[in-house]
Design a protein. Structure first.
Length: 61
């Protein structure tokens, strides 16, 4: 995206107003995908799939 002061402002404004309206996993709507991604990329020492499931259950009751 090129920077054109007024045009870019309105493009970003329009994007942000609709950022969460897409389906899960598209656009800026990552929903519950972040937990699995971080658990796969940078798990704490001793992290298990049960830990991921426990936190997922708390975030998505």
């Amino acid at each position: 995206m090129s920077w054109y002061p007024i045009v870019t402002f309105w493009q970003v404004t329009a994007d942000l107003t609709h950022a969460q309206s897409g389906p899960d996993g598209h656009g800026h709507n990552y929903d519950d995908l972040l937990l699995d991604a971080w658990a796969a990329v940078a798990p704490p020492d001793g992290w298990t799939d049960d830990d991921t499931a426990r936190i997922d259950a708390m975030l998505n009751p």
